[in-house]
Design a protein around this ligand. Sequence first.
Ligand SMILES: O=C(O)CCC(=O)C(=O)O
Ligand SMILES: [Fe+2]
Length: 360
Amino acid sequence: MSRFYRQGNRSAPRSEWKPKSKIDDGSSNTAPGKPDSKIKHMDPDPRTDCLLKTKIEGSLDSTSCSKNDKSSVPEEFIFDDVAFDVNNLKQTLSALDDYDSSKKVNQFGDKSQKDDDNERSKHPVFDICRPKSSSSVPKLKPPLHVMNREKRNQSKQSMKGENIKILGPGMVLMKGYISTDDQISIVKTCRDFGIGDGGFYQPGSYDNSKPPGIPEKFSDMVKKAIQDSNEFIRGRSGSSNEGKVVPSMSPDICIVNFYKESGRLGLHQDKDESEKSLKKGLPVVSFSIGDSAEFLYGETRAVDEADKVTLESGDVLIFGGKSRLIYHGVTSIRPETAPRSLIEATNMCPGRLNLTFRMY
Ligand SMILES: O=C(O)CCC(=O)C(=O)O
Ligand SMILES: [Fe+2]
């Protein structure tokens, strides 16, 4: 089932990726993080072209996820039959100023497969995991506060289901919901897809590769999370409060973001899905893995009026129903907060992996 059609220009804002039938209709939703005087301080910093640097060096080593890079927007791709992008917000924002959609669509239409192959070969893959070191350097024991934090997080996980918070109508935060094993498997799957055809991509480049389908395991986890959150809501407020439950859905879009330690995402609404989906309040289900993020959400785009919550590795955040169009964004990533066991098992680069599932 093909819902979206790749537009060709991967530096275009996500809102430019429209279903094929809408290519030329000129309608466009607000792009994530579109500048606004109120969110000025959340605008991205310039980023170094770390991917290109990696290519020049001829290998995908730790430079692709170096702590020193100035990247401030998440790398991104989309699962499924859907367009795919690394969303460099800086480019996105400038693209918003001078974007001529009809021209870009035509350019894409004129391109041959060879051009696309050349284009892709210019831009090496983005790897969210470091290659395993072959050296036998002994590992240092982490500091006590890190070990204590790990223990606290593990005990949170064992309280599965008891750690659910209702943040608003249809907005539910499930702390430590994803087990460490599942987090590890998600990182590995995203890494494999990310370095493959249709995976993570450098801004400004594009090709014809097809995004991978959403793994069944991921979809099952999403459906189960919605179910569990509803059970919790019903248990708390009784069946008279049906209006508060989150509508169920079967995701057919998954956007994968990788935030480096300097990563941010400006306040925005997710409204690129179909009118029907938005009207029904079909939820966005978000998985957080790796370093913690400061997540803002609110009814308007005003940062100073927004509420804040920390999203930690293993947390699932759901916003649907009346909260479906909530403004949200990521103000910062907290370095070195990812669970050690996750990093040891995956060699994931410093930063945060985020998956948001939606139904078109
Ligand atoms: O990283 C997050 O928690 C949010 C991501 C997001 O809002 C998006 O991809 O639209
Ligand atoms: Fe979003």
